[in-house]
Write a protein that binds this ligand. Sequence first.
Ligand SMILES: *Cc1c(COP(=O)(O)O)cnc(C)c1O
Length: 346
Amino acid sequence: MKIIDMRSDTITLPTEKMRRAMYEAELGDDVYGEDPTVNELEQLAASMLKKEAALFTSSGTMSNLLVVLTHTHPGDEVILGSEAHIFWYEVGGAATLGGVVMRTVANDEYGQMDLDAVEGAIRPKNIHYPQTSLLCLENTHNRCGGAVLTPDYTSTISDLAHAHDLRVHLDGARIFNAAVALDILASELAKPVDSVCLCLSKGLSAPVGSLLCGTGEFVERARKWRKMVGGGMRQAGVIAAAGIVALRDMVSRLAEDHANAKRLAYGLSHIPGITVWPERTQTNIVMFESPTDVLVSEFIRQLDMRGIKVGYRGGLRFRAVTHRMVTEADIDEVLERISQLVRELS
Ligand SMILES: *Cc1c(COP(=O)(O)O)cnc(C)c1O
């Protein structure tokens, strides 16, 4: 039986072209700024997002941490969504290593925060208060089912933050999914923000890495923080080479993942008992709920026995992520296996 793994798009393996590029990459010591492949990747990312400069980091988590270290001071307050990746899944690094308070504002199901709620959370000047210095957005929004923030929303909320003298960071781990879904350039989504990071190792299929983009001055300071947290890598061109292939060749094919996600969501909507929101499936993430009349623990066990790997999100909630290594035929196979499973258990 074929195991179909939709836990995450991070499981994608590098393509053959990536492996060849890694083997052939021209190398140097990147801490001295002398790795030509890393330099090329950083320039490519900066130009695609129309920012002055970019920094190659080991992970999205490291990029987001460097953002907090660079844009804030210990004791500051950072506003971010209640479902933000930075808040949920980055080990509290912003608080532990950045020394900031994380102030959450509710995310709606579209990954947005209400403008008035954000404005209300910005601290006025008062001797008792921490200083609010940073607003973090996320696009696509992971915990909100891959929801896409539009350029309009991004610029409106960024203008609000800037009017209060905050910096704005966009966690764009899947920014190219958003750009492909909206059929615009990623740079339009990054334009209103001060810094933006993207992940190479998700749907783009590279093995490792993230890029943090912003002004030249911002990136230089972030580079120093990267060194401090142990992220100064030497012949990093070995992995950057795969990243160049990812940015050049792998962006447009994300549309296939989105089509497969829609196919999965609409298919699940026809299985009695499964709750799913197909009209909200904008990119490559599908949230669904198991039938109320089936024990969740039994549903999880049965998925596993039938070779379907998805993420469990608590309650009745599951997350399936489509990616390069899941085909349209695999989606149909998953739908077949789940509908049989539900028939047998209900
Ligand atoms: C995956 C992800 C990250 C961090 O990624 P790692 O490279 O796994 O550290 C950050 N933000 C969002 C929204 C993500 O989905």
